[in-house]
Design a protein. Structure first.
Length: 418
């Protein structure tokens, strides 16, 4: 059994000693976080809509508010500049998860929206620091497999919890379950503090100056093309966010048991795919792997558009899980590859800022479409946008290949010229 775990990547024993120590701590922190997330995250929308009577507008405000905080990502990266990244990754997450201790005292949709928005704010504060931590922890040639191992551990917990969590929430008030889950989430942050993050390797980092961030985008043509494609694809995801709770509750009459079962199926798919994404991104150009993620993600809104029962959403549980796992890992790798070792926080902050722009606008557009054309129109729009993103990314891949060939020719001609 031990040999089998090593062959499929579930064991940290195949890594060098320093990476193995990091993976071990990362796995244990991720498992604790997965307990917290498995008991809470799949049920936010259905609790807001069914238990607290949230309107489409309130759901849109929640999505937009969470995204709006991404607009300050360059400030968070600036605060991180020249400092050890680990505390900036740990403490915002700890505070965010502790806010779920307030759930028993919340009696209105706006109150719950406020808590979830604050959680989103703290998450965006930690994002540049998390990327910087991963950059230092895992060498590029092992990063995909290391992250895949960690994500698989968390995915296994989500699968184990999801079905039971849906049934548990049907029997026990979420105001009891969520505070218990918060304790696991806070424990995950405390465990994360023990990450063996190497010291700064030295050299001058490029400072995250707010006025110069967009000059970076103008100068780095490859990164600019990547950002445009990702902005468009992300718009398709954000359009769906306010629509999905409405579709589940009002159209498909889904229960927490249905949502738990779908989360379990998605978790099982993600468990397998975390391993595959990690292997793919270590052995292939990250942009090409990202295009595969986009293709899978574009299938989800089409299934939502045609769904007439909760069980038809099994397919979306799989495709959403594959897409989410891919974006979580592959997009991070794409940004790191574009940034290099000294500018990761800055590039992540630029990406997150653009995510804030689309995240503010798209949920409000979604709410308008729901109220005027119906909830299913959102999914047709989202599918069209995501297909456009695939085309844009294909152009970016082609341009990058041409530039790489030109660089190779230039290097081959340099000795002859000299």
């Amino acid at each position: 059994m031990k040999g089998l775990r090593q062959r499929i990547g579930l064991s940290a024993n195949g890594f060098p000693r320093d990476v193995r120590a990091a993976v071990s701590v990362d796995v244990s922190a991720t498992v604790l976080f997965a307990v917290f997330a498995g008991l809470t995250t799949p049920f936010h929308g259905i609790i807001l809509r069914r238990e607290l009577g949230a309107s489409a507008t309130q759901l849109a405000v929640l999505a937009s508010a969470g995204a709006a905080f991404n607009l300050f990502s360059l400030l968070w990266a600036r605060a991180l500049d020249g400092r050890a990244p680990l505390p900036y990754a740990v403490w915002p997450g700890f505070i965010a998860r502790s806010l779920f201790l307030l759930v028993p005292f919340i009696q209105s949709a706006w109150g719950f929206v406020g808590v979830l928005a604050a959680v989103s704010l703290l998450g965006t504060m930690a994002e540049p620091a998390n990327a910087a931590v991963l950059q230092r922890l895992y060498p590029r040639e092992l990063r995909g497999r290391a992250l895949g191992t960690v994500r698989m551990a968390g995915g296994a917990v989500v699968v184990a919890l999801a079905v039971g969590a849906g049934k548990l929430l049907a029997l026990v008030d979420y105001r009891v379950i969520f505070p218990v889950a918060a304790l696991f989430g806070m424990g995950a942050s405390l465990r994360q503090r023990q990450m063996p993050v190497p010291p700064d390797p030295g050299g001058a980092s490029e400072r995250v100056r707010l006025r110069e961030a967009w000059a970076t985008v103008r100068k780095d043509r490859k990164f600019r093309r990547l950002l445009i494609a990702h902005f468009v694809f992300g718009a398709g995801i954000w359009l769906q966010m306010p629509a999905t709770p409405v579709l589940l509750v009002d159209v498909l009459q889904a229960t927490t048991a249905h949502v738990g079962m779908l989360a379990a199926i998605g978790g099982a798919a993600g468990l397998v795919r975390n391993f595959c994404w990690g292997r793919l991104v270590d052995g292939r150009p990250s942009l090409r792997v990202l295009r595969g993620v986009y293709v899978i993600g574009a299938l989800s809104p089409l299934v939502y558009y045609f769904a007439d029962s909760p069980w038809m959403l099994v397919a979306t549980a799989v495709t959403d899980a594959l897409m989410t796992c891919g974006l979580d890992m592959v997009w991070t790798m794409c940004v790191m590859d574009a940034a290099g070792p000294r500018r990761t926080a800055q590039y992540v902050a630029i990406s997150a800022t653009l995510a804030g722009v689309r995240g503010v606008l798209c949920p409000l557009i979604s709410a308008f479409l729901i109220q005027t054309l119906g909830v299913r129109s959102v999914y047709l729009t989202a599918a069209s946008v995501m297909v456009l993103a695939i085309v844009l990314l294909s152009f970016a891949i082609r341009a990058a290949a041409v530039a790489d060939r030109a660089a190779v020719r230039a290097r081959s001609l340099a000795p002859a010229v000299s």
